[in-house]
Design a protein around this ligand. Structure first.
Ligand code: ADP
Ligand code: MG
Length: 353
């Protein structure tokens, strides 16, 4: 069971297309996140998967079947949006049962089966005993759990979530995030989550597709994206980091006041040196910087350093030599690990296999 998106373009009159020749395979049972800034095309791609929008060009198939020829209901997808979209005049149980009750008589489960299914789902979303309440009697987080149960009631072949926690406060978001991952593990349903929150994507998903201007910049497992970004955009979007111009020459990489051994496969010439703050250590011959602030919190110390015009936050334990430095102190920082992008690799296509 795979969903194949092939050469999908979605153009509107005037302006650049919302999606521009997108290729993507969603694998059976996986949790895939579509991550990108606002306006990058995430919602458009999800709506095309759901059948709520049609591409200008390209194919969408599910197990080889042409998905574009099917109505949203025939596709059997479950959807959850940011706005709760529950039926206010229906109880929680009736909301969850809705997708089953509206089925044509031939395929509709019996009343007893529907009641049993609703009970199972109430247990799954940890709202046992809440079936007879109305949405107005629930918190925001509880309503989104009901919305998820309603989407799961039809036993969807594909679960599509568009910023489902976007309207909730940070604490509830974090709790629901963990809970959603548990639900995914229990149900095994193939899931696509749209988010602009990189932490949410990296924590929840098996793979993350990074969108920018209607194109997929890179798709890979969270750790691989973090450690091997294919473009400066991906490196910058996925967390704190430093990007410096560098030159690779005779097995060495040279940037500003630092030089080190280049990776064996690095081509000679101009490159972009990408460094994560946790990979910087105080040391001789390192990049020249100056300490801006030093804040102790519990057993950690946050040291802000200005390095070649960028401010970097370094999170250190109390024993780290950097933790003892006061504002104004000069510092030299050696990258223990880094990632090089050669200048012609700003474009990147999905790695297959
Ligand atoms: P995201 O969900 O990543 O924020 P969207 O998929 O909603 O992005 O939008 C991608 C681009 O398509 C945006 O530039 C947006 O303005 C444009 N767009 C979306 N829907 C329409 C529409 N109905 N008419 C015209 N342009 C649209
Ligand atoms: Mg959106």
């Amino acid at each position: 069971m795979t969903l194949d998106i092939r050469s999908i373009t979605r153009a509107y009159d005037g302006g650049s297309p919302a999606l521009d020749d997108v290729n993507l395979t969603v694998r059976e049972g996986e949790f895939l996140a579509l991550l990108g800034p606002s306006g990058s095309g995430k919602t458009t791609l999800l709506r095309i998967m759901a059948g709520l929008d049609r591409p200008t060009r390209g194919q969408v198939s599910f197990n080889g079947e042409d998905f574009l020829a099917l109505s949203p209901r025939e596709r059997r997808v479950g959807m959850v949006f940011q706005s709760y979209a529950l039926f206010r005049h229906m109880t929680v149980a009736d909301n969850i049962a809705f997708g089953l009750k509206v089925r044509p008589r031939g395929s509709r489960p019996s009343r007893a089966d529907i009641a049993r299914r609703v009970d199972d789902l109430l247990r799954l979303i940890q709202l046992e005993g809440y079936g007879s309440r109305f949405p107005s009697q629930l918190s925001g987080g509880q309503r989104q759990r009901v919305a998820l149960a309603r989407a799961l009631a039809i036993e969807p072949r594909l679960l599509l979530l568009d910023e489902p926690f976007g309207a909730l406060d940070a604490r509830v978001r974090r709790d629901l995030r963990r809970w959603l991952r548990d639900v995914h593990e229990q149900t095994g349903v193939t899931t696509v989550l749209v988010t602009h929150d990189q932490e949410e994507a990296l924590e929840l998903a098996d793979r993350v597709a990074i969108l920018k201007d209607g194109r997929i910049e890179q798709i890979d497992a969270p750790q691989a994206l973090y450690e091997h970004p294919a473009s400066a955009f991906v490196h910058d979007f996925l967390g704190e980091g430093l990007q410096l111009r560098a030159v690779v020459d005779r097995g060495e990489v040279v940037s500003q006041d630092w030089r080190g051994a280049a990776p064996a496969d690095a081509p000679a010439g101009d490159a972009l040196l990408c460094i994560r703050p946790e990979d910087l250590e105080a040391g001789d011959g390192g990049l020249v910087g100056v300490v801006m602030s030093n804040q102790r919190r519990g057993d950690r110390t946050r040291v802000a350093v200005s390095l070649h015009g960028r401010r970097l936050e370094l999170d250190r334990c109390a024993a780290d030599p950097l933790a003892g430095l006061q504002p104004g102190a000069p510092v030299r920082l050696v990258p223990r690990r880094f990632h090089l992008l050669s200048s012609d690799r700003s474009q990147f296509l999905e790695k297959t296999g």
